[in-house]
Design a protein around this ligand. Structure first.
Ligand SMILES: [Zn+2]
Length: 207
């Protein structure tokens, strides 16, 4: 499918299927991360979910979507290799592993790790990848600062940034979709303000 149509569909799903669930989740004290699983064949939605850490700190948006996906009757869900994995924020180490172990061969994310840290005040993705996983080269004293935090293309999946894909479009498509992206950023800024105002009250370990 043409990149512009793919991106348009992703923004539709985030706006209409994920954000409404996230608004409810955030109102209950959960973080603003969400995810959706679509059929590769026609990009129809199978499941959209949002963070539910107030129930279990492992129910990040992506993990919660995977949990709900496998709770569907077997005849209502395709094989994971036939699905597209869409996530609002670049997945943390837990979710990268969950996506891998569940058998998805792709993921598309809207906001980057740096966005999560700088725009949404959630620094843990980068902190955990650096602190737990980034083992220094024995010949050096420290991890190279420009080293990627994970392999965006690896033996299991290919990870793509919606922002990078958008930047590669021709001007007409790009400007139209950038306008929609601005609206989504504003919606997420509002959700973030609600989460940050109330965080720490629900016992989430890394709030
Ligand atoms: Zn996660």
């Amino acid at each position: 499918m043409e990149t512009a149509r793919l991106l348009e569909r992703f923004l539709d799903v985030i706006e209409h299927d994920i954000v409404p669930k996230t608004a409810k989740g955030v109102a209950s004290g959960n973080k603003l991360f969400g995810a959706a699983i679509l059929r590769k064949s026609d990009l129809s939605l199978i499941i959209a979910e949002t963070n539910n850490e107030t129930e279990n700190p492992l129910w990040h948006g992506e993990m919660h979507a995977i949990k709900k996906f496998f709770e569907l009757p077997e005849d209502q869900r395709p094989a994971t290799k036939d699905c597209v994995f869409l996530t609002t924020h670049e997945p943390c180490s837990l979710c990268l592993s969950g996506i891998t172990w569940a058998g998805f061969d792709n993921l598309y994310y809207l906001f980057t790790y740096e966005d999560s840290r700088d725009s949404f005040a959630i620094p843990y993705d980068i902190q955990i990848l650096q602190s737990v996983y980034a083992v220094p080269d024995p010949d050096r004293e420290a991890v190279h600062p420009q080293r990627p935090l994970y392999n965006r293309e690896n033996a299991f999946f290919k990870s793509r940034s919606i922002g990078d894909m958008l930047a590669s479009l021709d001007r007409n498509h790009r400007e139209e979709l950038l306008g929609r992206l601005d609206d989504l950023r504003a919606a997420y800024a509002d959700l973030s303000a609600v989460y940050q105002r109330d965080k720490g009250k629900k016992g989430i370990p890394l709030a």
